[in-house]
Design a protein around this ligand. Sequence first.
Ligand code: NAD
Length: 472
Amino acid sequence: MLNNVISRIYIDGEFVTPHGTELFDLHNPATGQVIGQVQLADEVDAEAAVAAAKRALPAWSATSREERIDALRRLHDAVAARLEDIREAVVLEYGGPVRNSFLVDGILGAFAHMIKTLEDFEFTRQVGNAVVEMAPIGVAGLISPWNSDAFFIADKLATALAAGCTAVIKPSEMSATQTQVMTEALHAAGLPKGVFNIVTGRGDVVGTTINRHPDIAKISFTGSTEVGRTIMREASGTLKSLTLELGGKSPSIILDDANLEEAVAGALGVGFVNSGQACTAGTRILVPENQLEDVVALITKKVASDYPVGDPRDPATAVGPMVSQRQWDRVQSYIHRGVEEGARVVVGGPGRPDELPDGYYVRPTVFADVTNDMTIAREEIFGPVLSVITYRDEDHAVEIANDTTYGLHAYVFSGDPARARRIASRLEAGRVSVNGGYEPVSPFGGFKQSGLGREYGSFGLEGFLEPRSVML
Ligand code: NAD
């Protein structure tokens, strides 16, 4: 057994040893070495966590806006004090390059934005003769993925607590190191016992307990579409409210009036974000037919100069390793599939980069001559693999963009903001970014099979509230 075994979960304000005994290996993706193990929680632990959250609910749901803001400030400051430890854990356990560890910085933003949202939020509204009270929905189950575990814990917890809900958090079992540091930080904020509980365990064990538990009123889940469907099925027995943030196959539309150099840089940036392991990644680059070869030339040049692959600790590295051997295999299988289906490899291709024989490194890969019916254009790969697809005219671009089962995000690049805005309004996507535009508190979530509901800001907060009409 390794020395580094994480064997603490967090229930009712205390660090406790899990009842579960299964050990799960944690790897350093940059080397492939096992760096530790986590002792996984089981159903008994999940039950104890739900019970603690239920006990804490009456007092927490009765707190005032000011008390919740104060709690969020304390959480923010406690996490800020450990931010570099969290960053270190993300690099070590996930292989996230230090150069773009903006999601780690986003952790503090999650608390800060929710404080701002809470300050302005109307919990009581007048509708005709009725007073509508926005009441906390109850105990929330918060389930997060490995691709940004610490951020999702922060964002979901901040929102649940702001609404007056208590929480049971089920982080990814692959992110136990991040979770450990986050838990210590959150504990240091000194919130009342049981308002949040953190149980790292398997999805089909701890997750299933949450999905089916009659005392859980709401689940906020970020992860794959497949698991999202399972949660929906299992939660239907108790008719839980669901926020599901799922996969994507987002289009980056380069319009013919765009500054091509800037548009290609932008499209590669959103395509290779988080080493391609991002739900929002713009993985289908849509270009006018007559500009294809110009775009390909720019892509070839820019990937070589701007997207070095390597050690995530090296500040020059733009693309780090995949999180696991499984993910490496998955990405490779899609690259092979692209070649088999007749797409043209413009940069990258199968296998490891020559100079990186160890670790879960892949070559950032861009395919051209992709048609939207190819597997690489339809399925979420979750790695640095992009497809360039040509379109005839604006209508055709919109048609291809919307021809997907997903609808999480879209990107439009144009020299004419009004034209880009018109196109944006025709896209079936929860967020459309025009020329790199960004707004952290605007609603985030998907159309179609990218999910249900919205996160962030007031829309996110409403997801944890039930309107109660009091008619006078
Ligand atoms: P995943 O769906 O395999 O796992 C996510 C979480 O769900 C983990 O904590 C896992 O243990 C848990 N889980 C697994 N089975 C469960 C079950 N039956 N019941 C309850 N919980 C269960 O996803 P992943 O591989 O960790 O993350 C990658 C996926 O997440 C990608 O598809 C990506 O698009 C998606 N993602 C979406 C967003 C978004 O906001 N839309 C953000 C990041 C990642």
